[in-house]
Ligand binder design. Sequence first.
Ligand SMILES: [Fe+2]
Ligand SMILES: [Fe+2]
Length: 290
Amino acid sequence: MPPNSFGFTRPLLVKSHWTLNDIDWSEIQPDAVEPALLEAVKAAALVEANSTDYVKYLHNVFAADESFKKAASHWGVEERQHGDALGKWAQLIDPTFDYEQCLRHFRAGYQLPLDVQASVRGSPAGELVARCVVESGTCSFYSAIRDRSTEPVLKQIAGYIAQDEARHYQLFKTHLKRYLNIRKMTVLERCKIAYARIAETDDDELAYAYFSANVAFSDLSKRYDRRSCAAAYAHRTTQLYDFKHVRAAAHMILNAADINPSSRLSRLGVWVAWKALQWRLVRLQSAVAD
Ligand SMILES: [Fe+2]
Ligand SMILES: [Fe+2]
């Protein structure tokens, strides 16, 4: 099987084959970790572990779809494992970090809309487009961490997680195709949902996770400020990406929107996205320096 854009050669629709016992924890090298990367990983661990709540939401939205509910339950277990692996790694690097306590803080302050009976994206297919966007983003994020980290254990964990996220993308895309056979969606409809989901990366979820993981317990006098926490998290993460990570994520999103990623317009769009990310990093650097 030829490697895909992220360099994976394993089949994508099989279950995860790793557990925390497969991580070479004894190889950990705390001195090889940059503080900014550690902060980003702490926050990511909380978001991953909170996916358990998202399973409840998906079960509500797809209440009559037993095969999808089963897949969503397994997906939630894998996401929780991502959080546990990252949380354990962060605790070994920084023994003052209490993963479970920070997770409780995060879950107490950030709530997903669990009581809905229909997708907030307007339709089941819309929900699956949004899920594809999220998995594209996480796949590129952990691929970037894998490639950027000089700490061997984090490199190993991020490699395992990135492979899982690529499979998750394929899982949601497979179900998306099934729902599109019931009700078609135009390319424009899919693009609108994809754009809206990308724009949501600035909402409370990541910012509050950053606050819970990095601020709330180290300085009890500090109150949550969404804007500064969102900027701090984005600053820690934006600097991780190379062009290849942005391009691969864009290709996955374009595919989910039924757009040919090889077209001239798509290639221009990817280049614009890369330039926009670099421009954003410059702005973030001055924002966090203020
Ligand atoms: Fe994940
Ligand atoms: Fe995932």
